[in-house]
Design a protein around this ligand. Structure first.
Ligand SMILES: Cc1ncc(COP(=O)(O)O)c(C=O)c1O
Length: 405
């Protein structure tokens, strides 16, 4: 192993939301933070060095994206997803959530139906509501420990929808959708002429034998109706650099998307986002290939620990992402008490399942993107909390959640 993921990095006093804003969101500082979806690892030196070199230059004027930026992206997409994309298809934004909001605003109108598949990354539903569109929940079905699409319901919801807001791989249920599932979803979108915003930000964090298949690769028809959102932010822990990539094969959709960006004068990117993204795709591969088994091992550590010590909580078998979906329904607590149990008794800051919408009640999302030692520490406090039979103080759970976790 070239990289050491066991090394603890102290993130305190860096203004990071995950560790420095615990009190604001959970009403308490002294918690083990396993919530916001970034990792506690340093980005690889292959990314840090070019960023440091650029910082040392000292002049940070308006900066374009060089050809090498685009070739790094194109080459990564070919190597990692076997997807041939063209330079023109790539449009950058300062994040995936801004891109999905922009898409909704430009291509749909107030009162239009937007399908999402809860329990899902909660800014999806927030965006639909904030933009005054109609939320159409195609709630995922949990069958024998595995999440599936409710196909009949999807077909029905598609009749009154304009757009499908898709999460692939899926946060938080950790599904990596198969070609068959993508084809079936694609057929529904085609039959009902839906625009697809496919959030593929977790595409690189996939556990073997699963494989990420870009939605737009499934068929020409899907490619022609899809805006696919990618980034290095989850993969290489660069979320603060605020650069995401929208892959838009359809020229009409792309031009409208770009025009909207121009109207807001959002065409340029942060210098460090450009340098970091390019370096990640050019030189970050080995780091990622070592990270994936480390994360997989973290998943197994949680699963084995819970099996042996807290069988009331089960892990939904993860297929991708560094977010574990814990089924806590057998604890017999309502959502308020469940949240309070984790915060007050276990000293753990996780994300409450209920925040992800229908199907999230009784679940918790645990971020395992951290050194194994911290994970084990958290699991031990959970075990101790289980043995503590003092009453849970309801109302002492998380107060709020920032938009981007
Ligand atoms: C599915 C999904 N989409 C988007 C984001 C955030 O993207 P960005 O920070 O680029 O807006 C997250 C972060 O957790 C996520 O899990």
């Amino acid at each position: 192993m070239k990289y050491d993921f066991n090394k603890k990095v102290n993130r305190s006093n860096t203004s990071c939301i995950k560790w420095d804003y615990l009190n604001a969101f959970f009403g308490k500082n002294d918690l083990n933070a396993m919530w916001v979806a970034d990792m506690d690892f340093k980005a690889p030196p292959e990314i840090l060095k070019p960023i440091q070199k650029r910082a040392a230059h000292g002049v940070f004027g308006y900066t374009a994206k060089p050809d090498e930026f685009y070739s790094a992206v194109i080459s990564w997409f070919k190597r990692r997803y076997d997807w041939d994309i063209e330079k023109d298809w790539i449009v950058t934004t300062p994040g995936v959530v801004p891109a999905l909001n922009l898409t909704m605003q430009e291509f749909t109108k107030a009162g239009d139906g937007i399908i999402i598949q809860p329990p899902v990354y909660f800014p999806f539903k927030d965006s639909v509501k904030l933009n005054e569109r109609i939320l159409l929940d195609n709630t995922l079905v949990l069958r024998d420990g595995h999440y599936e699409v409710d196909w009949e319901d999807m077909e029905k919801k598609a009749e009154s929808a304009e757009m499908f807001l898709f999460c692939s791989p899926h946060n938080p249920v950790s599904r990596v959708w198969t070609a068959e599932e993508l084809e079936r979803l694609g057929n529904i979108c085609e039959r009902h002429d839906l625009l697809v915003f496919s959030d593929e930000i977790h595409a690189d964090i996939i556990f073997k034998p699963h494989k990420h298949i870009p939605t737009a690769k499934i068929s020409n028809n899907l490619a022609n109706r899809t805006i696919a959102a990618y980034a290095t932010s989850k993969t290489f822990n660069l979320a603060g650099l605020q650069l995401s990539l929208n892959i838009i094969p359809n020229e009409n959709i792309r031009e409208r998307f770009k025009l909207t960006l121009e109207r807001l004068h959002l065409c340029m990117s942060n210098i460090f986002g450009i340098v970091g993204t390019q370096a990640a795709y050019d030189y970050g591969e080995q780091w990622l290939d070592e990270l994936l088994p480390y994360l997989r091992q973290n998943c197994l550590t949680v699963r084995n620990f819970l099996n042996e010590n807290i069988p009331e909580i089960t892990v939904i078998e993860p297929e991708g992402t560094f977010l574990l979906w814990l089924d806590c329904r057998n604890l017999g607590l309502d959502d308020e008490k469940l949240a309070a149990f984790f915060v007050q008794k276990a000293g753990l800051a996780l994300t409450n399942g209920i925040m992800f919408g229908p199907g999230g009640s009784g679940f918790m999302r645990m971020n395992i993107g951290c050194p194994e030692r911290n994970l084990i520490k958290g699991l031990k406090s959970l075990k101790k909390a289980m043995a503590d039979d003092s009453p849970i103080l309801a109302g002492s759970g998380p107060v709020n959640a920032p938009d981007d976790c």
